[in-house]
Design a protein around this ligand. Structure first.
Ligand SMILES: Nc1ncnc2c1ncn2[C@@H]1O[C@H](COP(=O)(O)OP(=O)(O)OP(=O)(O)O)[C@@H](O)[C@H]1O
Ligand SMILES: [Mg+2]
Length: 268
């Protein structure tokens, strides 16, 4: 049985076809991310963290390489797939930008994350009303269960589920974005800076939620993060990328104490 969730092999990426004019962002990047762990991905601005997520999520192509994903019964090369099938094989993503719909309710923001969301087939709601209502009931019950598991009984999100998401603070919207990912059954979550720009109190809640999702559901999580403290309390393993290269890998305390990392981040 494999022990990785992702194995990145010989990944090469440049943003233009003229390699002389544009240096490679990734030059044969090779790394394994262990299954069942929270992995912190750190690195300076422009190091390539989000691009790596974009390549994994199939939003950006690469020039060469493989990304093996352990789908339980078989290993899949993600680079052979299209972005729209990733949710179906258990890969979810929280984007660096906020993707909460402010003029939808809190509940509707959650429901669109479900596997059986009606999405772009609205006529089903006209012709199969009974079936639609039953499914809707199941999805609402799932949303309630997720919110209760993550935030406790009588939590703020459930109590205010019919309010517009615009009423939530930025930090609460990030929490809602993470909760929404649980509406589908994921094996791997890619979280791009979930705590950036968030008040310390909510930052702590986000850290707790990340740990909870990992320990109670066994979901592997890769979290891009600039904050040492967040990495310290959430991550089992940490990887530091510098200009497209893996500069250091190890337990968070080793990476945070690493002289290259400290110099790059805080200049000492
Ligand atoms: N579509 C694109 N076209 C050209 N260059 C790009 C494109 N996307 C990213 N880059 C470049 O690739 C490099 C890596 O960017 P990326 O967004 O992956 O960095 P990052 O590590 O996520 O940084 P940050 O911590 O600021 O979010 C940067 O130099 C960026 O300008
Ligand atoms: Mg980024």
């Amino acid at each position: 049985m494999s022990k990785y969730i992702l194995k990145i092999n010989d990944l090469t990426k440049s943003f233009t076809s003229d390699k002389d004019k544009s240096p490679l962002l990734f030059d044969s990047l090779t790394i394994e991310f262990p299954a069942g762990a929270v992995i912190g991905l750190m690195g300076t601005n422009g190091a390539g963290k989000t691009t790596l997520f974009n390549i994994i999520s199939r939003l950006v192509d690469c020039d060469k390489g493989n990304i093996w994903y352990d789908n339980g019964d078989k290993q899949i090369d993600l680079l052979k797939l299209k972005a729209n099938v990733l949710k179906g094989i258990g890969i979810g993503r929280l984007f660096q930008d906020n993707h909460i719909f402010a003029d939808m309710t809190i509940l509707d923001n959650l429901l669109i994350g479900g596997e059986d969301s009606f999405g772009e087939t609205p006529f089903i709601t006209l012709f199969k009303r009974k079936k639609h209502k039953e499914k809707e009931k199941i999805r609402v019950a799932k949303a309630k269960m997720i919110l209760t598991e993550l935030f406790g009984k009588d939590n703020y999100f459930w109590q205010n589920r019919n309010n517009y998401a615009s009423e939530l603070s930025y930090g609460q919207q990030r929490l809602l974005g993470i909760a929404r990912l649980l509406m589908s059954d994921h094996k791997l979550l890619l979280l791009d800076e979930p705590t950036a720009g968030v008040h310390p109190e909510i930052r702590e809640m986000i850290c707790e939620v990340i740990r909870k999702i990992n320990t109670s559901k066994g979901v592997s999580i890769i979290i891009i993060e600039h904050n040492f403290k967040v990495i310290e309390v959430t991550a089992d393993e940490c990887c530091f990328i510098d200009q497209g290269e893996i500069a250091a890998v190890g337990p968070p305390e080793d990476i945070i104490g690493n002289p290259i990392v400290r110099k790059k981040y805080i200049g000492i």
